[in-house]
Design a protein around this ligand. Structure first.
Ligand code: NAD
Length: 475
């Protein structure tokens, strides 16, 4: 099986011979290959996106919305196929994959409706018989780069947002998980999106980003991935003065105050930390627990982590699958070794599980010194760090110590405390006493090194629109 490129409305292996291998992370087995785009393929995608933009930007918002709703319906009909492909190539439990695939339609529907509500405005003029208008227009062809951790959840927001605004797009999708994305793109194709409006490429990421971002055809760059790659692509984009949306890594604090429901916070913490084997940009990582409830929280959290059923995501009842590739296993082992050497206590886990596939034990470290590498770098894997705090100011200052600012979590029954936490923590998103992030209608994005701009919410479509001011004196 070869996963193909989609250029100008045609599925193709492209003009080169280079291929990437597809690996099932639960078994390590070779399960197929993915075609790599060459420069000539990228040039074809650029020409297609340029021509596609001319067609699609003239389609009314009303008609764009109809086509997007159809694509949403198709994605829902095919959610089962999409989910199975996702689990096979990415490893997450089938139940998680089904939720992600089933949710794609909600994102597309939301953007379809936002397309119809992208109002400009009329500004009262200083002189009579004068109209002053702000028109919203699509920014132009988009280059989008999305990662493997939520193969569908990440790319659907970029494609649906761009298309809703009237833009065309070249999506460079993750080489590790192409098949489910191909199934999603087919939904847009079969819903009637004209040729050239959506293009899908795979290949060597640096070659593709350098070529696309430098092209004068591309007017907007959207990237989801690590902070170092985001900074690199941000610099490339700045060189060519391209607008960017950057959704980068995080190192979320999870603050539990002594008046919180500790059992509920701990159960939610286990669910959120080990979801998708911790490969979630908004995953809680630094668990900061107030002194008097620290022991109770740690005890419940460690028990929860130990009880998780780890295994092949396709098997019944599995709660945590493998990490997505071998390089994440090495990264996890290094993080644990360094933290323990510096004095952290390994409460549970800490090593690779079995010899087949890329499984890592759900891991909890406590009393982790600030100097440990994992207290500073995003683990992006199934490792939780549990430390204590005494007063709220200390928790806020620890939350803000790192350059990240994507998500934060807090638990307290006191609105005075939650108010202080909400206002004091530097973050793009905050969830208090529950999990409430990432719905289509709410903005998703970070501050500081976690990036800028939002996907989702009404902000999500603004990212693909420009303003044109027109002043007209009636003739
Ligand atoms: P990585 O930094 O090599 O790659 C991260 C993503 O960026 C991948 O999808 C990759 O294909 C892409 N990429 C890498 N170099 C690129 C380039 N020059 N141009 C365009 N795209 C490029 O890391 P990895 O091992 O694949 O993933 C682990 C790290 O990535 C984690 O530390 C985590 O911070 C980050 N990550 C973040 C998210 C997120 O949702 N924010 C998602 C996936 C990975």
């Amino acid at each position: 099986m070869t996963a193909n490129l989609f250029i100008n409305g045609k599925w193709t292996v492209g003009n080169g011979n280079r291929r990437g291998r597809l690996i099932d992370p639960a078994t390590g087995a070779d399960i197929g290959e993915v075609a790599f785009a060459e420069k000539v393929d990228l040039d074809a995608a650029l020409a297609a996106a340029e021509a596609g933009f001319k067609v699609w930007s003239k389609v009314s918002a009303y008609d764009r919305a109809k086509i997007l709703h159809k694509a949403a319906d198709l994605s829902r009909e095919r959610a089962g196929i999409i989910a199975e492909a996702m689990t096979r190539e990415q490893g997450k439990p089938l139940a998680e994959a089904r939720m992600e695939a089933g949710g794609a339609g909600d994102h597309i529907d939301w953007y379809a409706e936002e397309a119809r509500r992208s109002y400009g405005r009329v500004i009262p003029a200083r002189t009579p018989n004068t109209q002053q208008m702000v028109l919203l227009e699509p920014v132009g062809p988009v280059a989008a780069f999305s990662p493997w951790n939520f193969p569908i959840g990440q790319i659907v927001r970029k494609i649906a947002g761009a298309l809703a605004a009237g833009c065309s797009i070249i999506a460079k999708a993750p080489e590790e998980t192409p098949t489910c994305i191909i199934e999603l793109v087919k939904c847009f194709e079969e819903a009637g999106v004209p040729a050239g409006v959506v293009n899908l490429v795979f290949g060597v990421p640096a070659e593709i980003s350098e070529h696309l971002i430098a092209s004068p055809i591309i007017r907007k760059v959207s990237f989801t991935g690590s902070v170092p790659v985001g900074k690199h692509l941000g610099a490339l984009s700045a060189k060519h003065l391209k607008r960017t949306t950057m959704e980068l890594g995080g190192h979320a604090p999870f603050i539990v105050c002594d008046d919180a429901n500790v059992a509920a916070a701990s159960a939610l913490g286990v669910g959120l930390k080990f979801r998708n084997a911790g490969q979630v940009c908004a995953s809680p990582t630094r668990f900061l627990i107030q002194d008097s409830v620290y022991d109770a929280f740690l005890d419940a959290f460690v028990t929860g982590a130990k009880n998780l059923k780890v295994g092949n995501g396709a098997a019944d009842g599995v709660q945590m699958g493998p990490v997505a590739h071998a390089r994440r296993l090495d990264a996890m082992e290094d993080f644990v070794r360094d933290a323990v050497e510096q004095g952290a206590t390994l409460e549970t886990g800490g090593k690779r599980l079995g010899n087949e596939g890329f499984f890592f034990e759900p891991t909890v470290l406590s009393n982790v010194p600030l100097s440990a590498r994992i207290m500073n770098d995003e683990p992006f894997g199934p490792i939780a760090l549990v430390n204590r705090f005494s007063d709220l100011d200390a928790a806020i200052s620890e939350a803000n110590r790192l350059p990240y600012g994507l998500a934060a979590f807090a638990f307290s029954k006191s609105t005075d405390r939650t108010d202080r936490l909400m206002r004091g923590i530097e973050t793009g998103m905050m969830s208090i006493n529950h999990f409430g992030l990432a719905a289509p209608e709410t903005p998703f994005g970070g501050v500081k090194d976690s990036g800028h701009g939002s996907e989702g919410g009404s902000e999500g479509i603004q990212a693909y629109l420009t303003t044109k001011f027109v002043s007209q004196l009636n003739a």
